[in-house]
Design a protein around this ligand. Sequence first.
Ligand code: SAM
Length: 305
Amino acid sequence: MNQRDETSRPASLAGSLLGPVDVRALADQLGIRPTKTLGQNFVIDPNTIRRIVNSARIGPGETVLEVGPGLGSLTLGLLDAAERVIAVEIDPVLAAKLPETAAAWRGDGASRLDVIQADALKLTTLPAPPTAVVANLPYNVAVPVVLNLLAAFDSLQHGLVMVQEEVADRLAAKPGSKIYGVPSVKAAWYADVRKAGVVGRNVFWPAPTIASGLVSLSRREPPETTAGRQEVFAVIDAAFAQRRKTLRAALAAWAGSGAAAEEALVNAGIDPKSRGEVIDVAGFARIAEHRPRSVSGRNPAGSHE
Ligand code: SAM
């Protein structure tokens, strides 16, 4: 870990990363205490930052979106690898300090950083189209943030995010696994998702109660379907709302009746007695296409969002 003392600044700062002393000093300067509500666990270990940045495989010319830069631990690592970094932070005190930290640690490199104070759950526009998302996500909103970003920014081609290990497992789960569920299928609509490693608790301040996991995302085309994304996501939500039930039972309300659900499933080539946990995203898309017209109001001729 980086235990550099304050007296080495600024000459030795180029390329160096925040260590535990730096993170504490920045927090003290700002008079902040990390809050659980905002999932504020700051990385204090430069090796973890290097590992995240290397695993993210950022190519030349990339614009990286970082959600929740906090005190800047990961932001500094990203500035060394990316052409441009757009950092979105909800906490106004942290957002206001970040450009200053970047300038102190990266000098002119800080001109390649945009800091936006905003809620990542509500983001719809950014100053430039991001090609990658790399983030140590606030744990309580990690899944909706990932799904919102993939939906809102088509330009995102890949990503590497740190989340709670259990959430990493869920996001990367494949059909047939006990933990395969709504996050797994919805993420698979947008991307190939894979767990890229485990991160221990002690690289954070304050240390969280459980381990973290790295998740790698690689954008892919959604399954070919005449159903819109919202229609497919509605089937997924219905199927997993009662995950122990057969799809025939779980989708009865969605289809209008058990018999109608059975018909839609048979028409989609899916056994009505199967459960949602064995169906891949393409299967859910086929089911959505066969929702009875009386409840879906779908135009049989074409697709719509
Ligand atoms: N990236 C920093 C690091 O690795 O040390 C901090 C990561 S910390 C786990 C999560 C950060 O996300 C905090 O700075 C928190 O204030 C911020 N945050 C929480 N909710 C957010 C939201 N909805 N939108 C944007 N930032 C958020």
